[in-house]
Write a protein that binds this ligand. Sequence first.
Ligand SMILES: [Zn+2]
Length: 446
Amino acid sequence: MADWLIRNGTVVTLGARNRVIGDGAVWIRDGSVEAVGKARTLATRARGAQVLDASGGVIMPGFINAHTHLYSAFARGLALKRVPRDFMGILKELWWPLDRALTAEDLRASAQVALLDCIRNGTTTVIDHHEGQNSQPGSLDILEKALRRTGVRGCLCLGVSDRDGKGAEGLQENIRFVEKLRRRRRSDDLVVAMFGLHALFTVNKRTLESVVAAANERDLGIHLHVAEDKVDQEINRRRHGMSVVQRLHKAGGLNARTYAIHCVKVSAGDIKLLADAGACVVHNPQSNMNNAVGVTPLARLLDAGITVGLGTDGMTADMRDDVRACHLLHKHTAGDPSGFMAESCRLLLQNNSQVASRVFGRTVGVLRKGACADVIVLSYDPPTPMTTANFDSHFLFGLCGAPVSATMVQGRLLMRDGTIEGLNEPRVRAEARRRAGSLWRRMGKS
Ligand SMILES: [Zn+2]
C-alpha cells in the first residue's frame, strides 16, 4: 500500500480538540495516519511518499453516514401507484414493495452506484441497514463485495422482520455473515457487521428474543429503527403493552452496543432508558421531514447524555445536506435563531466519529496518529479567516457547499481531481439505470 503526503491545504483534524492548521499536511503510512502538522515539517519526514497536492483546499476526515440504506438508490424517480398519506402508507406503497422486488443483481447495482455517490460527496464510512424480503440469503455478501470493490468503509446488517414471515431467515443471514467475518477477522478490516432488526412493530416475540440472544452471545449491537413514527409506539403498546424502548429493554436488547435510529416519538421514560443503557441514537432530520413524522427531541436526548449521531436514512449520500437540515430544523422548531449550530456540527463531526470508532474498533473520523486514513480534500478558499474557534460557522455556511476533489479510505485513493479511480463510473451508472428500470416494471405488475 502506498504512503501518501497530502499537503499544501488547510488541515482540519476534528476530534475532541479540533485543530485548524494552515499550510498543513497529513502523512499516511500503511492505511493509517502517521502524522499531522505543518507541510514544511512533514515534507522532510515523509520523503518517498506519494504526494497529493491540496492547494486551495481543506484536508479533513471523510464523513461518516451513521444510518443509511444502500438498497434505496432505486427509489429515486419511482412513480407510485397510490399516493401515501402517512408513514405506514410510505412503507406499504414504496419501501416494502421495493425491497420485495429486489434481486441480487439489483442490490449489487444499487449498492455500487450509491457508494460512488458516497465517494463523490466525501462520505468514507457508511453504517448500512439492509432490507430485501425476497432476497435475504447472501444479500450481505453482495453489499460486502460492493464496499470492497468501491473501497468505502462499511458496517452491515440485515433488518430482521416478520412482516412477510421471514424473520428466522433474516436472523440466519445476520448470523452467517457475522460468523463469516469473524472467521477471517482482521483488525484493519474495511467491513464489519452488526445485527439488524427492522423495527419492533414488525417483529414478534420469538424473533425479537432470538435476535437479542444471537447479538448478545457475540457482543454485538442491534441496529434498528426506534419510534420513527407514532405508529411504532401504538402497535407495540396495543400488542405488547409497552413502548418500543421498554420492549427492547425487557427483551434484553438495550445496552451500550444498541444502535437506535430516529427516536422521534420517545417519552421522557424512553429517553431515560436509552441514556441509562448507554445506547447510541442516530438522528436523520431530512428523512423525518420528508416522511412528515415529527421532530426528534434532539436537545432532550443530548441533555440526557446520549451520544446522538447523524444519518441520512438513504435520502442523500452527502452528509452535509443533513447537517444543514439538522441545524435549520431544530433552530426553527425551537424558535431560537442562535441555537443548534454547535450541536448540529457535533453530531456529524464528533459524535459520528465516536459511534463509528465503537463499531469498527478503530479510530475513525479524526486526523491523528494511528487513526484510519479516511481523508477528503474540499475545494474551499475561505473568504474570511477560518480558525478553530469559528470552524462550525465555516463548515455550515461554506464547506457544506464546497466541491469534494479527493477521497481516500484507509490510505487508498478512491477519487482524485473529481475522477473516481479504478472503476468505470459511467458503466456502473448505466447498469444501475437499466436495473432500476427493470425493477420498476416488475413493481408495476405486482
Ligand atoms: Zn432507516
